[in-house]
Design a binder for this molecule. Structure first.
Ligand code: 9D3
Length: 236
């Protein structure tokens, strides 16, 4: 059972995401449990405010520490030995998410995913209540909600029994850290382009060899960085 709590000021963003497709199926099958919490539940002022102006000046607003730390402590327990869940802040300052980190997070569940908004969160929230910061890539979004969905979707498909076909979890080429080659389905001719003959030959060994060679070729052309990081791994 994978258990995830999400903390956000936009809980409605998660409605369709948690209902539809693979994540929805996993929840209905009872192998994944996800609870979304509105951060404003932990506000105490009349305006239910979650942000304030930055000390030192500058543009935008900062998420204030009071509601965030109260919420995190109530969902995960106070930071330290009593804490029962791993608290992850989705943040552009975090370590970049990749497949190994995704698999590692699955081992640390239950998780509390904290979605930041505005210019960022008061540093004391990170110091007092957050275990780990994760980014989904070097581009600017408006908050941590879509990154939290990225993390959830990536983890859910790693839960045993969620995908019908366990082969799809880690195909041969992904396990080696490569891209896959091209895919084809019917019809055999389309827009003047044919399906490569070998795929229709019925020779499974020849198909495997062709796919391995195409995967390497695709990776060389599109993501040579993936091959470079492989050769560095071999050195160490
Ligand atoms: C224009 C303000 N930015 C300076 C470069 C700082 C900034 C603050 C808050 C940028 C983005 C955000 C909101 N983004 C996230 O909370 C976020 C995020 C992202 O923007 N990109 C990749 N991964 C993530 S995880 C959370």
């Amino acid at each position: 059972m994978l258990r995830i709590e999400v903390l956000t000021i936009f809980p409605g963003l998660f409605d369709a995401f948690l209902r539809e497709s693979m994540v929805g199926i996993a929840i209905r099958r009872g192998v994944v449990e996800i609870a979304v919490h509105d951060l404003r539940q932990w506000t105490e002022d009349r305006h239910r405010s979650v942000d304030d102006a930055p000390y030192g000046g500058g543009p935008g607003m900062v998420m204030k520490p009071g509601p965030l730390v109260a919420a995190i402590d109530s969902l995960a327990g106070p930071k330290g030995v009593e804490r029962t869940a791993r608290v992850v802040l989705l943040s552009p300052q975090g370590r970049r998410l990749d497949q190994p980190r995704l698999a590692g997070l699955l081992e640390r569940e239950p998780l509390v995913l904290v979605c930041g908004r505005y210019e960022g969160v008061d540093q004391r929230v990170i110091d007092l209540a957050v275990d780990e910061e994760i980014s989904v890539g070097d581009y600017v979004l408006s908050g941590g909600e879509v990154p939290a969905m990225v993390l959830i979707e990536g983890m859910v498909r790693l839960v045993p029994g969620v995908l019908g076909n366990p082969e799809s979890v880690g195909t041969e080429s992904f396990r080696r850290g490569l891209l896959e080659g091209p895919h084809y389905t019917r019809p055999p001719q389309f827009g003047g382009l044919s399906v490569p003959k070998v795929l229709c030959s019925g020779d499974h060994a020849a198909v495997d060899r062709w796919r391995a060679q195409q995967a390497l070729e695709f990776t060389r052309r599109r993501r040579p960085d993936l091959l470079e990081s492989k050769s560095h791994e071999d050195e160490s």
